[in-house]
Each structure stands twice: as C-alpha cells, then as structure tokens.
Design a protein around this ligand. Structure first.
Ligand code: UDP
Ligand code: MG
Length: 320
C-alpha cells in the first residue's frame, strides 16, 4: 500500500495542533487504500508546541516530529519535513487549518491519475485583508510575467508532490529558496485543484510584511535575471537621454539661443540618477550576497531533536 506523508511547518501553534490532528485523522479515515504519516516540523516554537507534538506522537504512531534549532521560516521547515518524510507522495500544508485537511482525498485522486505535482489553488481567501489579497495577486502576476515560472495566479499554499519530485527538490542545495517557486520550476506533470482558504483556526499569522518582502525578493532573484538586465537597459536609456540633451543644447547654442539650465533641473537629474545608481547597487548586492551565502555552504537548518531520522535518498519507484 502506498504511504502518503503530510508535512506541516509549525511555529507557535499550540491552540491548533490538537484540532489539526483530529481533522487529519478524520480525513485519513475517509481514504481506504493509502497509509499516512504526518511529519510536523517545529520551527523552534516558544510556546507549548513541543510538548503537544510529543503527546500526539505518543498517542498516534503515524505522527512524527522534528524540532529545528532556530526559527528558520516555514519554507525551510518544509524542506526539513521533506528530508524526513518517507511517503510515496508528500502533501505540504499549514498548521493553522487555513488549508482544510479534507482537501487531501482530492489531491490524492489527481495523483492517482498520474499528476506528479498537484497544487491546491486558493479560489477565495476568507478572513484576510484587502491589502494582503491584492499584494499577493500582484506578486503572483509579476512572478509569472518576469520569471520563467508558471505559478497558480491566485497563489497556492498546499501542494502534493510525488516522491520523484521530492527527490528532485532535495537535489537543489540552494539556501534562500522559495519552496513553491522551486517546485514550480522543477517541471514534471503539474495540475491544480481549487479550494477556499479559510480563516485561521486560532492564533495569528506569523508572516509579517517584512518576511513577505524577503520571500518576494528570494523568488525573483532565485528565478530571474531580469533585474540585472533591467539595470543595463536603464543605464543605456539614461545615457541616451543625456546624449540627446547635450545635442539639443549644442544645436541651440549654434543657433544663438542660450539655454538657461536652472538649479532645479540639475538637482532633479542628480537625484534621479543617484537614486537609480543606488538601486542598481542594491540589486547587484542581492545577487552577490546570495552567491556568498551559497559559497559558505552552511546547512539550511539544524535539527535540535526529532522522533524520526532523516530519510536517505530512496531508490525511485518505476516510471509511471
Ligand atoms: N510557520 C513556520 N515558521 C515561521 C512562520 C510560520 O513554520 O517562521 C508556519 C506556521 O506555523 C503555519 C505556516 O507556517 O503552519 C503558515 O504560516 P502562517 O499561517 O503564519 O502564514 P499565513 O497563512 O498568514 O501566510
Ligand atoms: Mg496561515
């Protein structure tokens, strides 16, 4: 019988874990021909999360947990989960019940049809502000236009990945990697199903604006050279405007018209060009800093304690 792993990043979710486990167990009961394991990755929570995870694992042999040595962000926590999952396919979802566990059978049905990556695409998002929704729509629109990725336009927080996809992902050693962008980039046979993203069961979102901006930058820099190219184009454009301007002034001078160049226009040009140069240095810095991070070869995460061992790369199932 095929095993399905459910990987869940957990950060200070003490109020959600017991209900999450109940809902998962109910969803598993509805699936006859699969066995399940749940890998909960504690992203170094400061609340009662570790105790609750131990209690759940003691009660239910399908539950395993891994605790990271420091708070590393949910994408890194999911990466740790993928390294500890043993299933023939892995479902990644959040711990706050925004993504209903009842989705699992739908994802499995598409997997059984031969899809290797199944995205659960948010059709609606409940309990989230207008700002969050709009910013997310702009982000996905830009990602699909500016990178060679094909992400679901409404965004996705849940996905199923076949073992082959998981092994492919594990061969990507990059540090500041957006998990979802990476899985989209990998290719394979991808499909999507839609769902309504619900409000959080309890607690508050841990994705601050700052973290979202970092993820957006990671996603662009990781999969697009466009910012670097844009720097060349902007440079060429600015230089061309300068040459044209100089030519105009020369012609006017030859015609005997004296040009009055005011302080304001000099300041505007100086500030715009100065600003652009700083921006370009910043963009260069983003790429350079990432190259430095990669060259340091620090592990993406450290495990503080765990109820399971890391899986070694498995021999892949026969082609299907
Ligand atoms: N999470 C995590 N590490 C963090 C922040 C969040 O593992 O540093 C987990 C969190 O517990 C949840 C999932 O990632 O299971 C999604 O986080 P959250 O619900 O806070 O984000 P949102 O749904 O608002 O995007
Ligand atoms: Mg959430």
């Amino acid at each position: 019988m095929k095993t399905i792993s459910i990987v869940i990043p957990v950060y200070n979710e003490q109020e959600n874990l017991v209900v999450l486990h109940e809902r998962l167990a109910q969803a598993f009961d509805g699936v006859r021909d699969r066995s399940f394991e749940v890998v909960l990755v504690d992203d170094h929570s400061g609340d009662r999360t570790p105790d609750i995870l131990c209690a759940l694992a003691a009660k239910d042999p399908r539950v395993h947990w891994v605790r990271l040595s420091r708070n590393s962000g949910s994408h890194t926590a999911c990466t740790a989960g993928l390294d500890h999952a043993t299933g023939d396919a892995v479902v990644i979802m959040a711990a706050d019940l925004q993504d209903p566990p009842e989705l699992i059978p739908t994802l499995l049905a598409r997997h059984a049809e031969g899809c290797q990556v199944v995205w659960a695409v948010r059709e609606q998002r409940e309990g989230e502000s207008w700002f969050t929704k709009t910013a997310s729509e702009i982000f996905y629109w830009l990602m699909n236009r500016l990178t060679n990725l094909n992400l679901p336009p409404m965004g996705a927080d849940v996905l199923l990945a076949d073992r082959r996809v998981v092994e492919a992902f594990r061969r990507m050693p990059e540090r500041n990697l957006s998990l979802f962008a990476a899985i989209s980039w990998l290719g394979f046979r991808q499909a999507s199903v839609s769902y309504v993203k619900q409000s959080r069961h309890a607690g508050q979102s841990k994705w601050t604006i700052r973290r979202k901006i970092v993820l957006a930058i990671d996603s662009f820099v990781g999969f697009s050279y466009l910012p670097l190219r844009a720097m060349c184009y902007i440079g060429i454009l600015a230089a061309a405007v300068g040459v044209l301007w100089a030519a105009c002034i020369l012609v006017l001078k030859l015609m005997g018209v004296t040009q009055q160049v005011g302080y304001a226009s000099i300041m505007i040009t100086l500030l715009i060009l100065g600003g652009l140069q700083m921006l370009m240095l910043g963009i260069l810095g983003e790429y350079l800093w990432r190259a430095l991070e990669e060259s340091r070869r620090r592990p993406r995460y450290f495990v503080e304690s765990a109820s399971v061992e890391e899986t070694t790369s498995q021999s892949l199932p026969p082609r299907g």
